[in-house]
Write a protein that binds this ligand. Structure first.
Ligand code: HAM
Length: 540
């Protein structure tokens, strides 16, 4: 490889990780506008913003979202977290042990390994007893095994590698299992965190319900495609505490649709369902019936659905597999198996949506992929997104706060997939052209073309005044011929060029050129400010 190629390779090395991306101007303008609109609309419904950590204990998500869900079992970015300084000795011993190679010949050479194992065990067991490493059943059993295997290794020492080598492998395996730090995970969603914060800050003592919203990145190791990323962004809202009156469900959905309308999303469809509650006379009874029905058609289902019959039969209803659709259509519907209370609740949610003028479609297959839901579930799809067309999902989750160690608490909320919302808005903007209210232009309003030292001083002052008045100004740092400056202004998409030469400075009359039609006018500084104020805003 030549030097030049090697350098090129070297330069190519750093790219955004698969499933993550940079969001650049002018697109970021639309992101900001969307978040600003959420902030404004949600505030009119009484929501305050909560800012949450990006990582939390892995167990929080396992408990809340469900250990069997795809999100937790397959897609979480989890890692062991510990202070490398505090555990440097233990880490060194672990490395020495794990990198030790079984020698090809000889018997006495196992001695170093036995010594490493002993000192690792002693230090780890002491840390375990002092609770400096997690005092979990997993660690307890790994340490017990290491001690047992170490004794065994000691007892076969000198009898040949055939007896010792398998024990070395087993010891290494169990040493790997000792967790030095806590397991943390990048958040795959934020409802669990909001509930954790509700409990941690005793929010049940505040006037109920507590209404919170959040925006920010979430992380799921999914297969990337259009509208599906490994780092994606959500705008979510949760209502915790107080009543589970259907009016709450209907108002949350009303707020969501108000937001989508205000932000300019067109063609959105709201789907709703009720999945009842976890009792034999309600959802649990239904799941039994569903399971039985699925067993009857098991051999016609794909591998994923077959597995789900045992792990999570409701999720079979979510299947997008073409070959399963006709079979799924014949399965029992949950609506026919809801208890009276859940039935009444659902009917009232629907009535209240009508009262609020919110259009919806019922979808009996809408069960959602997270375990915490009960009763009302909903999803919104938007056009222009291909197969990943769910732009928002949500539902009721009474009981989740309690599951996480808090008091019995009602809860409901949603999360909007901001990436998908933006994609759909961009599709709309594309079809409407540059005059679309959603079009973004990251361009200065005004480009100052100056020539000469005196003009530069005036230009600096003018830029300061104009920016102070809120106008976007581009001031070139080096002198350019007027022709070149105007070309540059055009390239940047500026609306106006302010021409400042010696004449303009001495007359105190500045030349303003409208770049679209080439017309020019002479203005004093105050007139210029007034003229710009009278113009329509550049974007939005
Ligand atoms: P979710 O349905 O998992 O619900 O996600 C909500 C939305 O986030 C989805 O409808 C989708 O728009 C977006 N989304 C999910 N995964 C990805 C991805 N890999 N790439 C891009 N966008 C994605 C929840 O997260 C619940 N916490 C919602 C909730 C709040 N329920 C009650 N409160």
């Amino acid at each position: 490889m030549s030097d030049a190629t090697a350098k090129k390779e070297e330069r190519r090395k750093f790219q955004a990780i698969k499933g993550t991306r940079d969001i650049l101007p002018p697109e970021t303008e639309l992101w900001n506008r969307v978040e600003q609109t959420a902030d404004e609309v949600f505030a009119t419904f009484g929501y305050g913003e909560i800012r949450l950590p990006i990582f939390e204990p892995t167990d929080l998500f396992a408990r809340a979202v469900g250990g069997e869900t795809d999100i937790v079992s397959k897609e979480m970015y989890a890692f062991e977290d510990f202070d490398t300084y505090e555990f440097s000795e233990l880490l060194e011993q672990r490395t020495a042990l794990l990198t030790w190679q079984v020698p090809p010949l000889g018997t006495q050479v196992f001695e170093p390994f036995i010594i490493y194992t002993k000192s690792f065990y002693e230090l780890a067991a002491r840390s375990f007893n002092l609770r400096r490493i997690p005092a979990t059943p997993g660690n307890q059993s790994a340490l017990d095994d290491i001690l047992r295997l170490q004794d065994k290794l000691q007892s076969v020492h000198g009898q040949g590698a055939e007896k010792s080598a398998p024990l070395v492998a087993q010891i290494k395996e169990r040493v790997r299992d000792v967790r030095i730090g806590d397991s943390l995970a990048l958040r795959p969603e934020a409802t669990a965190s909001v509930c954790r914060a509700y409990i941690e800050h005793n929010m049940q003592q505040l006037p109920q319900p507590v209404k919170l919203y959040y925006t920010g990145p979430m992380f799921r190791r999914e297969r990337p495609q259009k509208g599906r990323y490994r780092q994606f962004y959500q705008i979510g809202a949760e209502i915790l505490g107080g009543t589970d009156a259907p009016g709450i469900d209907a108002e949350v959905i009303e707020m969501l649709m108000t937001f989508f309308d205000k932000v300019g999303l067109q063609g959105a469809t709201l789907y709703i369902n009720s999945i009842g509650h976890n009792a034999l006379e309600c959802r649990r009874g239904y799941v039994e019936k569903l399971k039985a029905a699925l067993e009857q058609v098991k051999d016609k289902l794909g591998a994923d659905s077959q597995r789900r019959i045992d792990t999570n039969p409701l999720r079979v209803l979510d299947s997008k597999l073409e070959s399963e659709q006709a079979i799924i259509a014949t399965l029992p519907h949950i609506a026919d198996h809801l208890c009276d209370e859940c039935k009444t609740h659902y009917a009232e949610v629907k009535r209240q949506l009508q009262v609020r003028g919110v259009l919806y479609q019922e979808n009996w297959r809408l069960v959602r992929g997270l375990d915490y839901y009960m009763r009302t579930t909903f999803e919104i799809t938007a056009p222009g997104l291909g197969s990943q067309n769910a732009v928002c999902g949500g539902g009721r989750y009474d009981g989740l706060v309690e599951l996480l160690g808090g008091p019995p608490t009602k809860g409901i909320g949603f999360a909007i997939g901001e990436d998908r919302l933006i994609l759909s808005l961009q599709e709309r903007a594309k079809s409407e052209g540059p005059n679309s209210p959603l079009a973004t232009r990251h361009s200065p309003l005004l480009y100052i073309a100056w020539m000469g030292e005196r003009a530069y001083a005036t230009a600096i002052r003018a830029a300061k005044d104009l920016r102070k008045a809120g106008f976007s100004v581009e001031l070139p740092p080096v002198e350019q011929k007027f022709g070149k400056a105007l070309g540059q202004a055009d390239k940047l998409g500026a609306r106006y060029a302010l021409i400042l030469g010696d004449n303009e400075v001495s007359e105190a009359l500045w030349t303003l050129k409208t770049l679209a039609d080439g017309t020019q006018q002479k203005l004093t500084e105050p007139d210029l400010l007034q003229f710009l104020r009278d113009q329509k805003p550049v974007s939005s």
